[in-house]
Ligand binder design. Structure first.
Ligand code: GLN
Length: 487
């Protein structure tokens, strides 16, 4: 049987049992759900999965929390959902999110904001854009949840709600049937209470080796085999593990309590035998700006199809032709943030701006990838063996002391610079404030690397801190094993 066997079923059940009483809609985290399926699933050995509303499901609508898709029901199902069903999953519902995945707080939704179950008194943000999925796991409404992570949307809500959020290597899980936001960055991510539950699904059932011919960015079978050969699957004992602390992530804006947890996590790993070394990723500062040029550029192209003709609902004067039809449909269907991204992206791709914005951002992206490749002990299995260039090597040498020792297995840093904000306070925040919150999650996205957010609960704190581990491309299995060690 290809059923999932959770390696740690008792701890899973324990965390769910305590929260069973919570109503499904308590935090506005579901946009549609099927109680009958959920109840049936409870009596089975099957597991329950909550699916972000930008992932196509048969039977339940797929509307990306957008006004423009309020009438949309997908005629087909995403590959990842089919793959999970084949492994015994029941889809319990679709989860609330930031419209088309654009946001960091799950507030940009036609259904209203998702609230964080850890709130006491004033409502806190659940993080976004996969906030509904994180809450579904947190409350025990689902055993696992699917989200999408383009620049941090699985990791950030995981950090805010105290669950594990995994963003796989780019191209590992199929994106067929996932509504694209920024294709070169989009990944399907998984949320659960335990990193080992995620690892069971992805690795013990062979999901990671399944190429999807319907998704052109799904890694080919041959490349998967090559990557698997290059990537060890077993985590060695901690005394043989080196963990890098990227100096540039220690920013001024970091909440002191988050910094403390970061240091304490590193110390605890060191006391268990791991080697902790400082590393430098000089491109970190530019990564965020590059992301907010590239992601909107791709989004502006992807969202062009919502014009009220092929996709999307028509405006009040729906029968008007040409420009009026488009502007009515798009003007009334899209939310403010989505419109802002479309304008940003259209501008940065225009002939007057492309050289200064889009092309520069691509260059930064390359530098981000190179920085990561330099610090990881494993080679990036996607690249051909390196051809040495002596002039480049002397440039490297000049920077050598700044860049610290190479060859780490994982990088350890916070997932977010601060604790979940109050929903009320977000109303007065600018969109740029929201963008800066992604500073720690976008670098791994730009480089296509696997990353996971693990909740760490500081003593006497009611709110968790998400600690992020990042690994070399396709080193996902060891990454999840390492994540279990932090739990
Ligand atoms: N907050 C980021 C954005 O708004 C990331 C979103 C995501 O990963 N889908 O683009």
């Amino acid at each position: 049987s290809n059923r999932i066997l959770f390696r740690n079923p008792t701890s899973l059940r324990r965390s769910f049992a305590s929260s069973r009483a919570v109503r499904l809609s308590a935090c506005n985290h579901f946009v549609s759900h099927d109680d009958t399926i959920a109840n049936k699933a409870n009596k089975n050995t099957n597991f329950r999965v909550a699916v972000k509303d930008n992932i196509a499901t048969a039977g339940l609508p797929t509307q990306c929390a957008s006004g423009i898709l309020v009438a949309h029901v997908s005629p087909f199902e995403a590959t990842i959902v089919k793959q999970l069903r084949a492994r015994g999953a029941n889809v319990v519902g679709k989860t609330n999110m930031d419209e088309f995945g654009m946001g960091s707080y799950s507030t940009n939704s036609v259904h209203g904001a998702v609230s964080n179950p850890l709130s006491e008194g004033e409502q806190l943000s659940a993080g976004g854009s996969s906030g509904g999925s994180a809450v579904a796991v947190q409350l025990g409404d689902a055993d696992i949840a699917l989200g999408t992570d383009t620049g941090g949307s699985v990791r950030l809500p995981a950090a805010y709600t105290g669950v594990v959020g995994y963003k796989p290597s780019y191209g590992l899980l199929s994106r067929y049937g996932v509504v694209p936001y920024a294709n070169s960055l989009d990944t399907v991510g998984i949320l659960a209470h335990d990193a080992s539950a995620i690892s069971d699904i992805v690795f013990n059932t062979g999901l990671y080796m399944e190429h999807d011919p319907s998704d052109p960015t799904s890694l080919s079978q041959k490349a998967r085999q090559r990557c698997a050969k290059a990537s060890p699957s077993q985590l060695p004992p901690l005394r043989d593990v080196t963990i890098g602390i990227p100096a540039e992530y220690n920013i001024e804006e970091l909440d002191p309590a988050v910094r403390e947890v970061w240091a304490a996590t590193a110390s605890s790993l060191e006391s268990q035998g791991a080697r902790i070394v400082p590393v430098s990723l000089p491109s970190t500062k530019e990564a965020l700006c590059a992301y907010y040029v590239l992601a909107p550029a791709e989004a502006s192209s992807n969202l062009a199809k919502y014009d009220g003709v092929r996709y999307g609902v028509r405006g009040a004067n729906g029968d008007a032709a040409g420009d009026t039809l488009y502007s009515e449909a798009r003007g009334s269907g899209f939310g403010e943030e989505v419109k802002r991204r479309i304008l940003l992206g259209t501008y940065s791709l225009s002939s007057e701006a492309i050289d200064n914005y889009f092309i520069q951002a691509q260059k930064v992206r390359r530098r981000v990838q190179q920085d990561f490749d330099r610090v990881f002990g494993l080679e990036n299995p996607l690249y051909e063996p390196r051809q040495f260039d002596l002039s480049e090597m002397s440039a490297d040498l000049e920077l050598a002391d700044k860049r610290g020792p190479v060859q780490v297995d994982f990088l350890l840093c916070p997932t977010a610079p601060s604790f979940p904000p109050k929903l009320k306070d977000l109303e007065s925040k600018s969109s740029v404030d929201a963008y800066t919150n992604d500073v720690f999650t976008v670098p791994a996205s730009l480089a296509g690397l696997p990353a996971v957010s693990v909740p760490v609960w500081p003593e006497q704190s009611r709110l968790p801190v998400g600690m992020q581990l990042i690994a070399q491309y396709w080193d996902d299995q060891r990454l999840l094993s390492m994540a279990s060690k932090l739990q």
